[in-house]
Design a protein around this ligand. Sequence first.
Ligand SMILES: [Zn+2]
Length: 570
Amino acid sequence: MGKVRLAFAAAAIIAACGKGETGNGSGAYDVILKHGWVVDGSGNPRYRGDVALRGDRIAAVGFLAGAQARETLDVAGLVVSPGFIDMMGQSEINALIDNRVFSKITQGITTEVTGEGGSVAPLTDQLVLDDSDAMKKWHYREDWRDLDGYFAQLAKQGAALNIATFVGATQVRLAVVGKANRAPTAAELERMTALVDTLMEQGALGLWSALEYAPASYSKTDELIALAKAARRHGGIYASHMRNEGVRIDDALNELFQIARDAEIPAEVSHLKVSGRKSWGQMPRIVARIDSARAAGLDVTADQYPYTRAATALDASIPSWAESGGWDSLLARLRDPATRARLHDEMVNPKATESFYYEAGGGDGVLITGTFQDSLRYLQGKTVGEIAAQRHRDPVETLFDIVLAEHGHRTDAVYAVMSEPDVQTALKTWWVAVNTDFGGVAPDGPFGTQSAHPRAYGTFARILGHYARDLKLFPLEFAVRKMTALAAQRVGLSDRGLLKAGMAADITVFDPVTVADKATFEQPHQPSVGFAYVFVNGQKVLDHGRLTAARPGRGLRGPGYVPPGARGTK
Ligand SMILES: [Zn+2]
């Protein structure tokens, strides 16, 4: 009884200071989820209990017999957990184009973290101009230049889920240095760090690099350390798609450790993997290396998606030096026979850099999933090997032909680069969180005609169903902790990730018996099943597989956020 009274007291305090709450403040709740299995995100064993919401907050958790609410939902037999946090969401633009963010909500995701290398800010007039074809094709407008501006646009258009973002190291470089393969001057580096300072004050979570891709691959370690120090001044962390994920992954880890040490910043290995057949079986050793670094005092963690195939751009197969100067330069190099021959040779006999093409075992391991040009749509769903065979042409030459035919636009591809035992080793690791690494899509939305990677729809359900329940790789509670509290704590979203009075009312309710992923590489646009309800900021966005009309998602600010009126005072 004392517990309940305390919960009411806490709820009353929150109601008193909360804004825009819909509760009547007299002790009744807006929603009660009754008789569920509470899996609270801490990793503790589930228990039978009720969860009450008022306004956008969790008002009480536990034994709430007799409590009244506007809406009571009997969730007996179902798991009630904090809403899932996608550590690499990629929906910052997708959400503006289709604010349902359907593939995310239907697998229980309520917050996504985004900004891998490229981010919504900073934007310059030139960078916006570079996006003009994409804006025309997908019907959106980049009217903002900074993070305040992006969040304002997001609020205006609404979204089903919350979005938090890093500032991309690539984005800062693009804004100041452009696409050239050179180091920034001292003055440029000063402008870059100032941009990081500004965006951290506007609520970025930290600095995120994607070093395998041009022009980020032109960044040297000292440049990244300088930017990471700026992020850390505001409480941010450093995340990285590392420079190498295959035979040179140790060099890449060394660089990440050095940045963590020299900038005194927590570091996150993004989509942890060992890529390429030559490296398969290395994951236990890589996990052990990170454990040793942690034991030696570095704050290093990781996240991953639960599939053996990666998805990225087709041109990512081409050595990144060829993209110096941007798309036009790449296309000119592919048209020059001597340069083209040299690129061909480096892709089949990689020396300095690793090639997705090589790591996928050649053209048969590279599946085309999305073309920008409608005239090339017939290539979707075919491997580069299949297309080459049909054309009686060499597969590398075929890949070059496709890149040229896109006229400087991105072709999406899926690469078979990982082994299942390595994926499972990472999944079982307690400091590895979860990401989809795929923007929100919907079968009946604008992206429904593009192909996709099954991780877009299936990631979280696959871990709960396939790996936790069916393969018994770990308890459900372990899986939920990875998807909630671990992620929230890592990026500094201090009022999310746990089912506790006072926390934001982001809640996912699913059936542990039926939760499952349905998306496959052949049929990726299949929503996951087994999700009864999803609440975002106290509002129901999913009801038994169907999206509601609510779009309560918000732009979430990181630990360094300073409200506009208080900036520049320290
Ligand atoms: Zn990546």
